[in-house]
Write a protein that binds this ligand. Structure first.
Ligand SMILES: N[C@@H](CC(=O)c1ccccc1NC=O)C(=O)O
Length: 342
């Protein structure tokens, strides 16, 4: 392997067994097909040092979908013939909601695995290598006051997870980084220089290694300008001002200059140059979203269009803020299409 993981990486990997991801949408009692193999809660820091939220979920399209097909051994990482595209997802929840986790990608993941295991591999369909959904440490929430993360903890965890995946020879080239709501903010922060957050270029500290960068970032219902929202909430969203102020201060502290410095629509400098890749951003936003206004997408699009290095594409979605991941179908369709264009 070109970048073999250390024994600490493989010990963390092997500490979680493979399970079956069944096709829960299929009808028929107890006969749901196995569409994927899943590891839930893999620590991305060395065993014994990873906190409960410093884990990831990972799915592979099942090579054998028959219900009794054996699962791979816990210490193995089967690779798809022909490689294929990896998709990494970062959940939302305003940096703090304890009920929105890596598992919130399950509906979209199931949809994507169904597509990956039922399409006969042709030249026109994408080849999905695997899917990953990241947990990261969260900030205090009224229902979870013991959560203590504060910026840059959230982005530091995301970068540590990406570096871990790279050391396992995942995310070598041409992969997609997607996020929902504050996960979209984190996905764009992940392509910027870690020096912006006071973090070293090689993270994490116990196991140094480069942080890989995606070919495309897909932002679903993203938060891109928090200071702008709190200063001038758009019509119809003014009642959310205090909620935004509370979760933003909880994640980044009370200084609004910091809010501007961390948001991808308002930070200093031409950050797309820090990406060192094609620089393609896909923005997806429903006009029926009662928590995030369409204006957040417009602010992000305007900023990206001012940086000639970026390519921006806007895709439509419907429904309220959390429906896009709860239902998963449109999220999967967008990611499938983006993977097909890579
Ligand atoms: N459920 C969250 C609120 C939340 O997720 C949210 C609210 C307004 C705008 C965006 C949000 N989420 C973004 O990640 C909470 O309990 O704080």
């Amino acid at each position: 392997m070109p970048t073999p993981g250390s024994s600490a990486d493989w010990a963390a990997w092997a500490s979680v067994p493979w399970t079956r991801q069944t096709d829960d949408d299929s009808t028929g009692a107890g006969t749901a097909a196995t569409i994927g193999w899943r590891k839930t809660g893999v620590p991305y820091l060395p065993l014994g040092t990873a906190g409960a939220q410093q884990t990831l979920d990972l799915w592979l399209p099942a090579a054998d979908t028959s219900p009794n097909a054996p699962l791979p051994a816990a210490d193995s990482l089967p690779r798809r013939p022909g490689g294929g595209t990896w998709i990494v997802f970062i959940h939302g929840g305003a940096w703090r909601d304890p009920l929105i986790t890596a598992s919130s990608f399950t509906p979209a993941a199931t949809n994507l695995l169904r597509r990956a295991t039922t399409t006969t591999t042709t030249t026109t369909e994408p080849n999905i290598a695997g899917l990953v959904s990241l947990n990261y440490r969260l900030s205090p929430h009224p229902a979870a006051p013991s959560q203590t993360a504060r910026h840059p903890d959230h982005i530091a965890d995301v970068l540590a997870a990406l570096a871990f995946l790279r050391r396992l020879d995942i995310l070598a080239a041409g992969w997609i980084l997607a996020g929902h709501s504050c996960g979209a903010t984190l996905a764009l922060q992940a392509v910027m220089s870690p020096a912006r957050w006071g973090l070293p270029v090689s993270v994490p500290v116990p196991l140094p290694g480069p942080v890989p960068k995606p070919a495309v970032v897909v932002g679903f219902s993203g938060l891109y300008d928090l200071a702008g929202f709190v200063a001038r909430p758009p019509a119809g969203y003014a009642h959310l001002r205090e909620a935004y102020r509370a979760f933003t201060a909880g994640a980044f502290g009370p200084d609004e200059a910091v809010w501007r410095a961390v948001c991808p629509a308002t930070c200093e400098g031409r950050w797309v140059r820090e990406w060192r890749a094609r620089g393609m951003v896909v923005l997806v936003q429903s006009r029926q979203d009662t928590l995030v206004p369409y204006q957040q997408l417009e602010a992000m699009r305007a900023r990206l269009e001012g940086e000639e290095a970026a390519e921006v594409r806007v895709m439509e979605a419907g429904g309220d803020h959390d429906e896009i991941w709860q239902e998963g179908g449109r999220m999967a369709e967008v990611l499938w299409e983006v993977a097909g264009d890579l």
